[in-house]
Design a protein around this ligand. Structure first.
Ligand SMILES: Nc1ncnc2c1ncn2[C@@H]1O[C@H](COP(=O)(O)OP(=O)(O)OP(=O)(O)O)[C@@H](O)[C@H]1O
Ligand SMILES: [Mg+2]
Length: 164
């Protein structure tokens, strides 16, 4: 879902103390995801972005949980057969500002077949313009991570509910 309004509303932060806790937060979020939602994953290397996608895929009931890995070379993975299909992109190896059309990713971003999660979304030339929800991952110690959530005003209540 896209809106003309490009500002994000801050929803708050969650501190997780293990990779499993990060996956549980992601699975909660998965419950409120709707067809067409686009989620930007930004922040630190090893911050837990891929782990978060794994939790979403699990939460949506897809059998492809163990296939979830950073699509660093393919740029795009797809996990079907859950409540919603998950498209998973990773822009890490692209030099910012990355031209998604040149990489063949623009259609995936503009017209998702389910829900879309993009790691290193901050590298896209378009920035966060195409996204409904943004999650920043901050390294806070060996097993600690801070997940900071912000969303478009139109969808903020739906996501806030999933995180409280
Ligand atoms: N609280 C935590 N949440 C998530 N991952 C954690 C946590 N504590 C430790 N980890 C570890 O940190 C690593 C996170 O890796 P992951 O691939 O999910 O990060 P990433 O943000 O996708 O990294 P990259 O930027 O390289 O794609 C994993 O090895 C995981 O076990
Ligand atoms: Mg990753």
């Amino acid at each position: 879902m896209s809106t003309a309004d490009e500002t994000f509303t801050i929803l708050g932060s969650i501190r997780t103390a293990s990779v499993d806790e990060t996956e549980v937060v992601a699975a909660k979020l998965a419950r409120v995801l709707r067809m067409g939602d686009r989620v930007a994953l930004a922040g630190d290397l090893g911050g837990g972005k891929t782990a978060f996608v794994r939790g979403v895929v699990r939460g949506l009931g897809s059998p492809h949980v163990r296939d979830v890995a950073s699509p660093t070379f393919a740029l795009h993975h797809r996990y079907p057969d859950g409540r919603l299909l998950v498209d998973h992109c990773d822009l890490y190896r692209l030099t910012p500002p990355a031209d998604l059309a040149a990489e063949g990713l623009d259609l995936v971003v503009r017209d998702p077949a389910g829900v879309l999660f993009v790691e290193w979304a901050e590298r896209a030339a378009e920035g966060f313009r195409d996204f409904d929800l943004r999650i920043d991952f901050i390294y806070a110690g060996e097993d600690a991570r801070l997940l900071r959530f912000s969303a478009r005003p139109a969808v903020a209540d739906r996501f806030r509910g999933a995180l409280s």
